[in-house]
Design a protein around this ligand. Sequence first.
Ligand code: SF4
Ligand code: SF4
Length: 340
Amino acid sequence: MTTTKLETIANAAGFDAVGVAPAVRAPHADTFHEWLAAGCHASMDWMARDPERRCSPELVLPGARSVIALAMNYFVPEPVPPEDSAVRGEIARYARGRDYHNFIPKRLRKFDAALVAEGGQQRCFVDSGPLLERDFAVLAGIAWHGKSTMALHPKLGTWFLLAAVITTLEIEAGTPTSDHCGKCTRCIDACPTAAIVAPHKVDARRCISYWTIEHEGPLPEWIRPLLGDRIFGCDDCLDACPWNRFASASREASFAVRPASQWPLRDYLKLDDVGFRNLFEGSPIRRAGRQGFLRNVCTALGNVGTADELPALEQCAINGDAVVAEHAAWAAAQIRLRIS
Ligand code: SF4
Ligand code: SF4
């Protein structure tokens, strides 16, 4: 299959960049094993399950010859701020619209069908796949490893999702991308929790994205003030990256900001289980669950809320489930401290 044909298929499936890597062992396989051994994946045990499989395409698909790396731009400019003065929270940019898990797999199936027609056998993944996809994006020549650990594309910056297609087809590989971070350390300097413990190394145990999305149960006291107004994920290391000045709006309408991600914080506190599920139907925020999300909302209110939020928090401290109630009580105490 020619590069031009591959680009045509990728473009038709909604991807903004495509490249091909040889199906070799991932160059950062050993680093990944060390990172796991140091416990930097926190409670994300799924990452440590069969780690060598994540490094070796051949273990995922016997007979693998190539790995196709695909990037989809998800950048959506900041929405116009609502006119009222209610306190709102920050949601990571990728999570403000529709969950990409709901539509990228369908696009990959189209991609797969085109490669089957060429005689290939494939395994396709987006994000959750058992592969160090960033390594293959670098080998394929569409990105380099940023010091933030995110992959960087010269035009898309960091605002893209990566998908990978392992195939038995032998396709001519691209030229690996060289590192363009240079002496820049803006992402490291911008991280509010010092989670980027060294260039190219994030310790999830310090990362706000981990605590607000992946962690279940109460948040430890030390991280709560560091969350600021963030209620799902964190983009600080991405916002700081100078390569993002080239970002342009995604052509994918699914990433458009949903009104549900712009509610005043105190209004989220009224959500019961059904209300939460309905509001965030098809949104990545569902991943946190109602308890995790309201826990984050309470924490953010503790950091940025005003006396106006006290009645809703006090109600939540009585009626919420144990985790949410404890965070609501903590938040109310923080606000009282601020206004006293
Ligand atoms: S997502 Fe936030 S907390 Fe995590 S490394 Fe980036 S800036 Fe730090
Ligand atoms: S902020 Fe600087 S060091 Fe960090 S990923 Fe961007 S260019 Fe690289």
